[in-house]
Write a protein that binds this ligand. Structure first.
Ligand SMILES: [Zn+2]
Length: 74
C-alpha cells in the first residue's frame, strides 16, 4: 500500500460516507492525484487528475441539506 498524503485539518471535507474515515490524497500514475478513502479502495474516489475535494464532498455528503429535494418538489 502506498503512502497517502494527509489533507490539512483546515480543509473542510466530508468523511467517507461508507466508513466515516477522513479522506486522503493518493498519487497515481502520470502525476495525477485522487481523493480517496484511506481504508478501502472500493469506497468512493475521485477521478485521477487535480486534487478535487469538491467532488469528494459532493459524493460523500451524509447530511443532506434537503435543498435539492425542495427544488425538485417545486
Ligand atoms: Zn471508506
Amino acid at each position: 500500500m502506498g503512502k497517502f498524503i494527509k489533507i490539512q485539518p483546515s480543509v473542510v471535507c466530508e468523511n467517507c460516507i461508507i466508513c466515516g474515515s477522513r479522506p486522503v490524497i493518493d498519487q497515481v500514475k502520470g502525476n495525477n492525484f485522487i481523493v480517496r478513502c484511506p481504508k478501502d479502495g472500493t469506497h468512493y474516489q475521485t477521478s485521477p487528475g487535480l486534487v478535487n475535494i469538491n467532488d469528494w464532498n459532493m459524493n460523500n455528503r451524509a447530511q443532506d441539506s434537503g435543498d435539492e429535494l425542495k427544488l425538485a418538489a417545486n
